[in-house]
Design a protein around this ligand. Structure first.
Ligand code: HPA
Length: 269
């Protein structure tokens, strides 16, 4: 795998992706952040050696390099999901590549269903911890040159970045909450009984991504910061018919606020 990573990194460097400090992964309906990236170089995933192809509507599928928050960044507009049929190694390959390009921290976003009864659609939840019910991306032989066999997960989400983001949100007058994100394979949204079960075991929100990427980043000791935009509610009495389009629309409503927080956070980390 290391050989593929190095190969892809060489290709990206030859196209101008030089020494990014931060990696960004944008979730469903949250790609609007990319319009705030200056001096962009963008490459469709299809043109990048060893990258899988994104197949979901609303995931444009481009890797973007440029300036954001006064730093050089590399951003994924659209991510790869397990439910699309990719293996975990493919889903997380871009994170390996970002690390090898030189990122010092990873910033992620996603759309999620709120299981916490206090949440409303449009809320911004800073992820403080996760419960990963997706297959672990580190299953299989381990390459010690990349990371340890048994990575620690006691601080999957960097406490300093969380504290900084909360201060920034406060200054900007944007309300945020802190919660536990639970990942499932999808692609179905949950039944009411499943939402109740996930709430019972400690989830504030549920989605279909993020934890494989965070596990992979932590395997390589990259600090992570992630936010969920609450796009629907998995709370008894508030569960409504959910579609990919309704999730996208709700995420887009909060996208600008999330971008403001991310921009200042990246400027200050
Ligand atoms: N469940 C799972 N994934 C999701 C949801 C949900 O309710 N909303 C957005 N992504």
């Amino acid at each position: 795998m290391l050989e593929n990573i190095v190969n892809t990194v060489e290709f990206l460097r030859s196209r101008g992706f030089i020494a990014p400090e931060a990696g960004i992964v944008l979730g469903t309906g949250l790609g609007g952040l990319t319009t705030a990236i200056e001096n962009q170089i963008e490459i469709p995933y299809a043109d990048i050696p060893d990258f899988p192809l994104s197949t979901v509507k609303g995931h444009a599928g481009k890797l973007i390099y440029g300036d954001f928050g006064g730093k050089k960044i590399v951003a994924m507009k659209g991510r790869f999901h397990f439910y699309e049929g990719y293996g975990s190694e493919q889903v997380t390959f871009p994170i390996r590549v970002m690390k090898q390009l030189g990122i010092r921290a990873l910033f992620l976003s996603n759309a999620a269903g709120g299981t916490n009864p206090d949440y409303k659609i449009g809320d911004i939840m800073i992820i403080k911890d996760h419960i990963s019910l997706l297959p672990n991306p580190l299953l299989g032989p381990n390459d010690e040159r990349i990371g340890p066999r048994f990575p620690d997960m006691s601080e999957a989400y960097d406490r300093q970045l969380i504290a900084k983001a909360e201060t920034i949100a406060g200054r900007l007058g944007i309300p945020v909450t802190r919660g536990v994100y639970l990942s499932t394979t999808g692609p179905t949204f949950e039944t009411p009984a499943e939402y109740r079960y996930f709430r019972t075991i400690g989830a504030d929100a549920v989605g279909m991504s993020t934890t494989p990427e965070v596990i992979t980043a932590r395997h390589m000791s990259v600090p992570c910061f992630a936010v969920s935009i609450i796009t629907d509610l998995g709370v008894e009495g508030k569960i409504e018919f959910t579609t990919h389009e309704s999730v996208q629309l709700a995420a887009e409503q909060s996208e600008r606020k999330m971008t403001m927080i991310m921009k200042e956070l990246i400027a200050s980390f």
